[in-house]
Write a protein that binds this ligand. Structure first.
Ligand code: G3H
Ligand code: 13P
Ligand code: ZN
Length: 311
């Protein structure tokens, strides 16, 4: 099966009240862990690559690893550029075999976001590639860009119809209170998301797929593992899984997960070294890390996203 776009996946997810997991990939073990879980669960999958991941691992290596995953799993897999920030980067990924790109113009003034997104959509659609746009701004760290607490902004539902019709995007990322990274909510406060905004967006764009970034739950088991074995992340807090389930049952068709992969991998490796201080063969510690990713992704697919058996 060749790489697919997310078009069909989103249509079925919207109608079925579930979401597709979009997992960030940076190396072979991460790709293997995610795709082995998806294969066992027969789940459609989005593998996404940030510009940082592309710099780290190299475009060709990532493409070839994803091609290998398709051969091994025979699943519908969409390869997506996460947080593309320029037309040139999006073009390079489209020309280089990606089936989906995000153009994140959310940091630009509205009219500039519209113009940049429209330009990417025109090029992408001419090449059979789909596009995710963003309205509203998430806090947190992505690549080299840090949006400080208080500098994010919720999506204005009044803008979404105009943005979608003028740009022609295929899906839209909105800001309802999630943020990137492992520190999403103030310690001691109750995590809250603006489901009222999601509802308003859904009303204005019936049937249109919405994307939730910053959607890691920052799984406490892995934070605890990191803190037990020499790390220091005491205030790490993520999005409660029941909120993600609620979003998936609404218009959210794509749920982005990166931090949970990082925590699973790092926690497992820290524990491994604490228990085997004399080991130095990378296969010995990468194997349980890959397994931890696989188990965590299977849990997300079955218990949070609800996309098991939908491939
Ligand atoms: O949204 C950002 C993702 O977590 C990717 O992070 O840009 O550090 O690869 P990265
Ligand atoms: P997390 O940091 O919550 O995993 O978010 C990832 C993301 O939104 C990638 O675009
Ligand atoms: Zn993101």
């Amino acid at each position: 099966m060749p790489l697919v776009t997310s078009k069909e996946m989103f249509k079925k997810a919207y109608e079925g009240g579930y979401a597709i997991g979009a997992f960030n990939v940076n190396n072979m073990e991460i790709i293997q862990g995610i795709t082995e879980a998806a294969k066992e669960q027969q789940a459609p999958l989005i593998l996404q690559v940030s510009s940082g991941a592309r710099k780290y691992a190299n475009h060709t290596y990532l493409i070839k690893l994803v091609e290998a995953a398709i051969i091994e799993t025979d699943l519908p897999i969409c390869l997506h550029l996460d947080h593309g920030d320029t037309f040139e980067l999006c073009k390079s990924c489209i020309d280089g075999g990606f089936t989906s790109v995000m153009i994140d113009g959310s940091h630009h003034p509205y009219e500039e976001n519209v113009a940049l997104t429209k330009k990417v959509v025109e090029y992408a659609h001419d090449h059979g590639v789909v596009v995710e746009g963003e309205l509203g701004r998430l806090e947190g760290v992505e690549d080299d860009v840090k949006v400080a607490a208080g500098e994010g902004s919720y999506t204005d539902p009044e803008q979404v119809q105009d943005f979608v019709s003028r740009t022609g995007v295929d899906s839209l990322a909105i800001a309802i209170g999630t943020s990137h990274g492992a520190y999403k909510f103030k310690p001691g406060t109750k995590p809250q998301l603006r489901f009222d905004i999601l509802e308003e967006v859904e009303k204005r764009l019936p049937g249109f797929p919405i994307v939730l970034h910053g959607a890691s739950s920052v799984i406490p088991e892995f934070v605890e593992m990191i803190n037990t074995y020499g790390g220091k992340m005491p205030d790490a807090i993520g999005v409660p899984e029941d909120m993600l389930r609620k979003a998936a049952s609404m218009a959210v068709c794509k749920i982005n997960i990166d931090s949970d992969l990082r925590l699973a991998m790092t926690g497992t490796i820290r524990k491994y070294f604490a228990e085997h201080p004399d080991h130095f063969d990378p296969r010995q510690y990468l194997k349980p890390a890959r397994q931890a990713i696989k188990d965590m992704v299977a849990h997300k697919i079955v218990d949070v996203l609800g996309c098991n058996g939908k491939a």
